[in-house]
Ligand binder design. Structure first.
Ligand SMILES: [Ca+2]
Ligand SMILES: [Ca+2]
Length: 338
């Protein structure tokens, strides 16, 4: 364990708290979800040059529409029948029915956030910034190929949080799909409702012939990488703090402070930019604990809250060592000491 001098200073200057923490074993898991913000950029390459066969006038894509959801839930998938919302999107570009379906899934606890963005001419590009949490890490997003009978591009259940890590960047190569709900065979075919509808399939032949349509690039903008759970803090009583989603047996630091702001600890094996500040003379702004995660990536400590802290608002945040140049931080927890 290599403790940066900045943090050692914080630890040493206080006399308000005892310097001894007791690790509690085995650590309980902190089941708080982690938040992240991503940007998806839809780069549309579909053009006369890439797809010369019968290429239509006014080539464009309808507004992006989708949601974040449970991994075992699907908004659409190859081999399944299209929902009414997918049919409407793929045939007309309308978001209305699919928006309702995603909102219904949110109400049912299968999805968390609706994703809705603009369309683009083609070639062209558009982007959408959205929030996602580790409890609903799968993202589905679609857009109609227009004009077309019932063709679309999209991603089905891309999991942005895998193996306790947010993915930094994912590039999805977009191939054309047929929603199986209209029998038209060319870009400009008239309406011909499929009866019965067919399962969604990838169009491998005419008029695309295996040439990709474009890409979805998912880029992480920001994220919580550790989960911090904090007891109610009561002056003069013990409090338990728990970190989860850490790297097994890696060192984590927990800090607390009376102020939000920014403190950079950038030395040796620490590359951390806390969202709280550590005024040197403030005895309530300090290192709370260093310790190692267990084999599950959990870390838990308990210690007394000083009687003199009653009424103070404390902000707590955890960080992990040995992640440079990346920063792995927790959410900031706010507690008024009772
Ligand atoms: Ca079709
Ligand atoms: Ca139809």
């Amino acid at each position: 364990m290599n403790i940066p001098s900045h943090l050692l200073t914080l630890a040493a200057l206080t006399t308000a708290f005892s310097t001894t923490w007791n690790a509690v074993a085995p650590a309980q898991s902190c089941d708080r979800a982690l938040n992240a913000t991503y940007k998806v950029t839809f780069t549309a390459d579909w053009s006369q040059q890439t797809h010369p066969t019968d290429f239509p006038n006014n080539p464009h894509f309808s507004g992006l529409i989708g949601g974040s959801h449970l991994p075992n839930f699907s908004i659409w998938e190859v081999g399944a029948l299209a929902s009414n919302g997918i049919e409407s999107m793929a045939e007309t570009g309308s978001k209305t029915a699919l928006t309702q379906e995603v909102n219904n899934a949110i109400s049912a606890g299968n999805a968390e956030y609706l994703l809705s963005g603009s369309g683009t001419s083609s070639p062209g590009s558009t982007s959408l910034t959205f929030d996602v949490t580790s409890d609903f890490p799968a993202v589905s997003l679609v857009s109609m190929i227009a004009p077309s009978p019932d063709w679309f591009v999209g991603v089905d259940g891309l999991e942005l949080f895998q193996n306790d890590r947010w993915l930094d960047e994912v590039v999805i190569t977009l191939m054309p799909f047929d929603s199986g709900t209209d029998d038209g065979t060319t870009y400009t075919s008239g309406n011909a409702n499929s009866n019965p509808p067919q399962p969604i399939f990838e169009i491998t032949g005419y008029p695309f012939f295996g040439v990709p349509i474009g890409t979805f690039t998912f880029t992480k903008i920001s994220s919580e990488d550790l989960a911090l759970c904090v007891d109610t803090l009561v002056a003069g009583q013990n409090a338990t703090l728990t970190v989860s989603h850490g790297t097994p047996q890696e060192t984590v630091a927990i800090m607390w402070s009376t102020s939000l702001g920014s403190t950079t600890a950038n030395s040796g094996t620490w590359c951390v930019d806390f969202g709280i500040v550590f005024p040197p003379a403030n005895p309530y702004s300090q290192l709370v604990s260093f310790g190692n995660c267990n084999v599950n990536g959990d870390y838990q400590v308990t210690r007394p809250v000083p009687a003199s802290a009653a009424g103070i608002t404390l902000y707590l945040q955890a960080a992990e060592e040995n992640t440079c140049p990346d920063t792995r931080m927790s959410n900031i927890v706010t507690r008024v000491v009772l």
